[in-house]
Design a protein around this ligand. Sequence first.
Ligand code: ATP
Ligand code: MG
Length: 455
Amino acid sequence: MGIEGWPIPALEADVPAVECPAHVLQWIDALPSEILDIVSTVAQNGGGIWVVGGAVRDVCLGIEVHDIDFAVSLEPEHMMQIFPDAVPTGIDFGTVSLRGEEAFYEATTLRIESNYTDGRRPEQVRWGTSLSEDLERRDFTINAMAIDVARKVMHDPHHGIQDMERGLIRAVGQAYGRLSEDALRILRAYRFLDRGKAGIWDFDFELSEALRQNAHKLKVVTNERIWMEWLKILNGRNVAKVVEKMAHDGVLDTFLPGNWASQHVLLSALQHPYVRDFDGLTRFALLLCETFSIEVDEALVGLKLSKKERNHILDLHQRFGQLPTTSTSSLRVFRAVLGEKAELHLQLEVVTRSHNLSPSMGGSEEKVDDVYALLEKLENLPPLKAGHSSLVDGHWIMQRTGLPKGRALGKLKTWLHRIQIERDLASEEEIEDVLCSLHWSEENYLDWPVLQFPE
Ligand code: ATP
Ligand code: MG
């Protein structure tokens, strides 16, 4: 495909070119024309441009590429001039986002970084023209390759392709020094071990040693950056193996409460077949099931999770160990309160009980088989005739009871709602019969049943 001479070859790299594997050539041939236009525009303005980073890694591995990043030799201001609708998303670090039909493409000016003094960020950023230096500052060999789209060649000065063939994560340059410069690379290393369906890779010897020696330096990395990488690790397909290795190497202890190297049982819970379908947040909750809720909350606040993420985990955490009874009415209430999380909760109970974990909140005595029975019963529980919302409102109850607005009225409404769900009532008349049978005028409303799980 493609017209002769299009895209226009841009500035040549200062790194030797290597041939692209056949499937990479196919990928280049199928690139959308807007990418070829971007390459040509940079070329016409005397610059060099290469696809770099995760896209090159993923295309070489035969994985779907989700976003394409470029390295360019033109300075960011120059890029803004020749791409008038570009957005200066990170201009101080040399990044502008180029608008495509369906996606944005990040183009980052080649740079030379120096003077990492705090183990976090380079102190200065200087623009360079050397692809070689740009690739040298990248973390791992598989992330330090580039594709020249117009010439259809690759640049792989650190032998990333060879490492891919051997299934190895290796640092660019000296592992110890590279991890000290930016300790987040420690977490990135573990993330890249997980190759999804292709299983799990290894660290080369030098990196493996350096990871253990530098683990404590993660403490200087900002919590937002830690959380971003940790969540990606948690979402990985081979989470159990990666997390076990992190525990063993002393990495988990640097940002999670507890002593992880000895937590074999907890770690092995991640191998349970149900865990494959859990999302990262649920897996995190499971890992923390034996940790006291105060500590869990502290850890989540510390890691700067969003409120939504935090609530999801705390919600699961406070229910660990709790089960509905096997009665249909109890299961109906359980389902009404938890909604789509009802099944997830029971699955978590299967996992914790089959590994004899002791939730920090305590819990009921039932065994795994009892939970499987509940799961089956839940699956076969017909939907409620009138759905989950209350059939009557406060006004309706006021008219029949003469109760004024206030706590008692609210509590009576909840009580009726609970009974409606327990008995699968479908009409106002049925609710009215129930109301007549309740001794609501004689009792203390604080003791009336509520609609919640656990009770
Ligand atoms: P993903 O597919 O998850 O986005 P990625 O490799 O593209 O993975 P990014 O965080 O998007 O990861 O980074 C893009 C590229 O920038 C990486 O491939 C790597 O070359 C480089 N990079 C990112 N973070 C670092 C870092 N902390 N140290 C060195 N190089 C890094
Ligand atoms: Mg990326």
